[in-house]
Design a protein around this ligand. Structure first.
Ligand code: COA
Length: 329
């Protein structure tokens, strides 16, 4: 039983849709090649949800596994947060839809939108809500159906992303890895670097937004690459400084799974061997808010992370947003 007074991860689970599409298969419909994708990104294959599966369905599978892992009953959950940029619909929230699909009580539910940093932002928010004493057991999900906003005519983006979900149950009552600290930041000065321009209040859906392909993800890959490496490094250093922890004391880093070259640059800048980074982007591509919980769940359930290990999670994404979290196993 928890004695430190810190929020713990009671259980974690993930879900990858059944449909696996490798780079060669993608090159049948997109003007690209396995060689280009592999050397530029490290991605070999990704999962795509079926037409019938919405983000809440992906969330459902991951949430069921996390709740089973945590050994909590549906009636014990009193808060649901879903981090996503591909909600089932603009409103109501995917968290509300998930609440019903899981058969939970009529507890507080909301979505959180911080793009690829969303899951780590959601851990910070859930920890604060639990620490207030007003909530006891939170279900925190990162889930995306990125294939629903891909422009299959834009080879510079559509080869990079995939679908998936990861979930964790958090509480101060019970056993599990401790959440030691959080750091979140953002820079909203250049939203067009990575965005979905159409469909919001700035550019409501119209025939023009459809013909102009404004409902798809748009990205300036080169600029994002440069920012990603810089903000991930500073985000790690800020959190470690706050907690007086040396980078050498970190056993595992779980970075946002966007691009292997970004991870390699981060490894060099932090002077941390690549072997300490857990990566599964070769099999999932970039699943945005699902990326960290998917990787964390795999690392935990494959017994790669041992008791007492110190784990640093770090993400960046559209906004720009960035976030890091320290977990003691
Ligand atoms: C997207 C990314 C892989 C592109 O890599 P890059 O080395 O910068 O490539 P460029 O954009 O300069 O393109 C190089 C060439 O490859 C071509 N190309 C782009 N996409 C291609 C594809 N899928 N297949 C084949 N060729 C492609 C370009 O047209 C360009 O050709 P040109 O030189 O004849 O004009 C890289 O910028 C990146 O990873 N950025 C970060 C993206 C990211 O992580 N986003 C998520 C944030 S959460």
């Amino acid at each position: 039983m928890s004695t430190s007074g810190r929020t713990r991860i009671l259980g974690i689970g993930s879900y990858g849709p059944e449909r696996v599409v490798n780079n060669n298969q993608l090159s049948n419909t997109v003007e690209t090649s396995d060689e280009w994708i592999r050397t530029r990104t490290g991605i070999q294959e990704r999962r795509f949800a079926s037409d019938e599966q919405a983000t809440s369905d992906l969330s459902l599978e991951a949430a069921k596994k996390a709740m089973e892992d945590a050994k909590v009953l549906p009636e014990e959950i009193d808060l649901v947060l879903v981090a996503t940029i591909t909600p089932d619909m603009a409103f109501p929230s995917t968290a509300c839809i998930l609440q019903h699909k899981l058969g939970l009580n009529k507890v507080a539910c909301f979505d959180l939108e911080a793009a690829c940093s969303g899951f780590l932002y959601a851990l910070d928010v859930a920890d604060a809500m639990i620490s207030s004493g007003r909530y006891s057991k939170a279900l925190v999900v990162g889930a995306e159906k990125m294939s629903s906003i891909m422009d299959w005519e834009d080879r510079t983006t559509c080869v990079l992303f995939g679908d998936g979900a990861g979930a964790a149950v958090l509480s101060r009552d019970g056993d599990g890895p401790e959440l030691l600290g959080f750091y979140c930041g953002a820079d909203g000065s250049n939203p067009s670097l990575l965005c979905q321009p159409g469909g919001g209040s700035a550019l409501p859906a119209s025939a023009d937004t459809i013909t102009g392909r404004k409902h798809f993800l748009k990205m300036n890959g080169r600029e994002i690459f440069k920012s990603a490496v810089r903000v991930m490094e500073s985000s790690c250093r800020k959190l470690l400084d706050q907690h007086n922890i040396a980078i050498e004391d970190i056993n595992h880093i779980i970075p946002h799974q966007a691009n292997m070259r970004i991870v390699e640059s981060l490894s060099q800048r932090l002077n941390v061997p690549l072997g300490k980074f857990y990566c599964n982007l070769d099999r999932f591509g970039n699943t945005s808010a699902a990326s960290i919980p998917l990787a964390l769940s795999e690392a935990v359930h494959s017994q790669r992370i041992k008791p007492n290990d110190l784990c640093l999670l770090v993400a960046f994404g559209a906004g720009l947003t960035w976030s890091s979290t320290l977990v003691r196993f």
